[in-house]
Design a protein around this ligand. Structure first.
Ligand SMILES: [Zn+2]
Ligand SMILES: [Zn+2]
Length: 223
């Protein structure tokens, strides 16, 4: 339970300060946006009636599908930052409920794999945000949440500042995987931006294990 929940007996919306069931109220949540048309593969917003973006048509990523809840902008961007960097776990709890609702609409997966963080990053942050976001799914379903089969063995610099070639070089060798007895897995992260990190994780899993299909679930899709 987050420190906010211990200190404040009733939840107060962190955005408008009204009392609410969660620390984000329904009224404020109406301002969150999610593009109606997204590339099925990487989640990039597309306006035309296509299934995939140009990038995925020319180089399809190692994962098949991306499911996401929000455009990365405005108050959503701020809430994710407050959750990740300011340890506002009540926001994580709100997102965990939204993630559970999304997960209920997805096909079956043999396991969920939260994006692993390097030991150094865990030490700095104190928690893995992807794992924290799975809290409700863990409580309410029997799906395997596997945090042991994948490891981040290299801390990387932020990838969005790099060009595609530099990104691939930076992320290469970042993950180690152990054998896992699944066919279909769902990779989970808080944000998908370029997709390079999730692509590398999916590639390493597909290459080195029995897994045949990786999909992706994120809170938010940045452009
Ligand atoms: Zn509110
Ligand atoms: Zn795409």
């Amino acid at each position: 339970m987050g420190i906010y929940q211990r200190l404040i007996p009733k939840q107060t919306c962190v955005l408008c300060l009204e009392q609410a069931k969660f620390c984000v109220c329904d009224t404020c949540a109406q301002d969150f946006t999610n593009s109606p048309q997204r590339c099925q593969s990487c989640g990039y917003p597309i306006t035309r009636h296509l299934d995939f973006c140009g990038q995925c048509l020319s180089h399809s990523p190692a994962f098949n599908r991306t499911y996401t809840l929000y455009d990365y902008q405005g108050s959503i961007a701020q809430l994710i930052k407050d959750f990740k960097y300011n340890q506002q776990f009540c926001i994580g709890d709100y997102f965990a409920h939204q993630f559970y609702d999304l997960y209920q609409t997805l096909p079956h997966y043999d396991a969920i794999i939260p994006m692993p963080l390097s030991k150094q990053r865990i030490k700095e942050r104190g928690f893995n945000q992807a794992l924290e976001l799975l809290r409700k799914i863990k409580q309410k379903t029997s799906v395997t949440i596997d945090i042991h089969s994948t490891q981040r063995i290299k801390a990387t610099q932020p990838l969005f500042e790099l060009n595609p070639e530099q990104r691939r070089a930076e992320i290469k060798g970042a993950f180690a995987v152990k054998p896992m007895p699944y066919k279909k897995v769902l990779l989970v992260d808080d944000i998908i931006t370029t997709g390079s990190t999730l692509n590398e994780l999916a590639s390493v899993i597909l290459k080195n294990t029995e897994v045949e299909c990786c999909d992706v679930m994120t809170l938010s899709r940045a452009e």
